[in-house]
Design a protein around this ligand. Sequence first.
Ligand code: GLU
Length: 503
Amino acid sequence: MSTAVRTRIAPSPTGAPHVGTAYMALFNLAFARKHGGKMILRIEDTDQARSTKNSEDAILDALKWLGLEWDEGPDCGGEYGPYRQSERLEMHQAAVQRLLELGHAYRCFCTPERLDALRKEQIANKETPRYDGHCLSLSQEQIQEKMDRGEPYVIRMKVPAEGECVFLDELRGEVRIDWKQIDHQIIQKSDGFPTYHLANVVDDHAMQISHVIRGEEWISSTPKHVLLYQQLGWEPPVFAHLPLLRNPDKSKLSKRKNPTGIYYYRDAGFLPEAMLNYLGMMGYTLPDQREVFSLTELAESFEIKRMSLGGPIFDIAKLKWLNGRYFREQISPDEVVDRLMNWKANKEHFSKIMGLALPRLETLSDFFPLSGHLFQESPEYKTEDLIGKSEAAEVSRLLKIAEWELEKIKHWDREQLASVFQNMAEMEEMKLKDLLRPFFFAISGSAVSLPLFDGMALLGPDLSRVRLRIALNKLSEAGSGLSKKGLKSLEKEYRSAYGKRIG
Ligand code: GLU
């Protein structure tokens, strides 16, 4: 293995670009830069059903907005391409074949029914659900017969029954995990596609990744990876698992409590350099304790061992404070004006709003009060107004259904937004106008405003979704939110009426 430092981020293109991805990218990049190495961006799209090109494009775009760059990736190429996992199937399948031949992997023909029953039984016995190795006892003839009959099968990796896996983590030292806790992981699905674990190891090896720096949620998967390296006769990379970002209440960062989309921060008027600076403070302090620093400054003095393991709190209030400091200390007032104009105070944006505001204008000064909500991070309003004459619980219900329905939108535009709400009005047997009333408040903070769908289209999905969430939180705080049980039954009701949820 070469000694050059090569790190990577490997996002799965299954949703909106997440601040967690930027956090990982930042430290991978800082580490690579510090050691004169390279950072690679690989798209892990083995989950074909959930991966989309839109999401891939958005991830790349959002990371670039933040000022993050990579040396090799699907957009810029490189010597170790292709950089999209789905284009590397041959390599994955060859590795699976080798594992089969070496006796480190086996075909499993178990039906979903058997696996389900096994799982239930293990849960009832308070055991960790895992495959019981049933198909390991099949003879070569039995396997051949089943294959000749065309029975579907997956390929699983063999995992030791006893003992423990020991590996080194740069931040934690020795990590020990009992093999008993590790499942006979499926490495190739019945459709011939590899799963994450196999593809990740094969690609990291082929791309000569020297350091795998990723989130701590992958620690429990690392034994599978270490074992695969061993079985394939490859030298594993160095592992470093960074602590996960947390909400101010210390729970895992989640969109229920904090906006998690990178675009939210862009659209709400945060500066990319302040955001990157803030992410650099997650679990890390510069040796001289400086609070304001650039990526280059972080990289120059970066020492991964200085990362703290306590879950770093991603606190939007602190981020705002830092963002404010950037306005006052880091960029000139003139530059702030330029940023403001680039952001939303520009002709293109004003023209779009003017199309909506014109029918209501008597004087120019009517323009800003009418369109203020399109420039705010979120509007102010009273919970009573949100509820109006409706039942508060019913408003919660509608907001939640809308949240799920909006996940299904592929292109966030006026037409698709209109069709979501029209469909909802039909399903709920309500007049569209009545259905929309609380949404007007949630989005614009007032009952009369610019047309709702156009406004939401201009705000974009990130700001709009967070506004619906804020409305839901307000109702919860007022005691009219959805309880855990209520949410479960609503999900059931939703599934039977509206279909499966996405996201
Ligand atoms: N595709 C995985 C993810 O989405 C990558 C995990 C890893 O870095 O190994 O987080």
